[in-house]
Design a protein around this ligand. Sequence first.
Ligand code: MG
Length: 262
Amino acid sequence: MRSIRSLIPWLATVAIGLAAAAAMQQSPSFKYPVHDMARPQPASVWPQGSRAAVDRVPTDAVRLFDGSGLGSWVGGGGKPAGWTVEDGVLAVKPGTGDIQTKESFGDVQMHIEWMVPEGTTCSGQKGCNSGVFFMGMYELQILNSNGNETYPDGMAGALYGQYPPMVNACLPLGQWNTYDIVFRAPRFKADGSLESPAYMTVIFNGVLVQDHVAMLGRTAHAARATYAPHEPKGPIRLQDHGDPIRFRNIWVRNLPAPQVAE
Ligand code: MG
């Protein structure tokens, strides 16, 4: 039988481990309040030139919008999606509400193109706003951020209310923007606590703006995000913010779990 003395180093190791775990559980300290206009504005790197090859769609992609109709989408409460399709372009019909995919998704790669028409009046968050909500909960902001300043954690390419994009890569009104996204769903333990957060990687018009960023929780407005357990899959939702945003060429690829060494 081991003496108490011989157990001391082991107990010390356990205590240090528990202290480290407790420290990791504590919420991080934040330098900026949510939606702080004093947070530095990301530099602008508006891409130039042609946009060849963005219409290529992987053969294993789930086409969510190919220009032909709203067959993959429903409105709130299971109503038919109220947005319009014209000349292969999907348009928010303001006031009809968000639309979401009929199918549920967890980990995905997503491609989506969006545009704010020329002549639209944008004022901060007003006039030119939409968003992609993964699992209906985790928003990648859509907003005209070309010549339209707002709080950095609410601009185009932001994980809304959490992380500004590394740079501002938004094209002017009337031009099509592309998002290529990798979304990793959060994982929850059986007791409902968080096992791993949601992660988002975003390439905006070919420019990396979010690099495997750990989300702080479910998207919230003017409040710090937190997690609550939910199903492993959920619909992808597009936001009707009351503004005339256009979309085309939307697809996702279901992803296997992250690779581990084997
Ligand atoms: Mg939005």
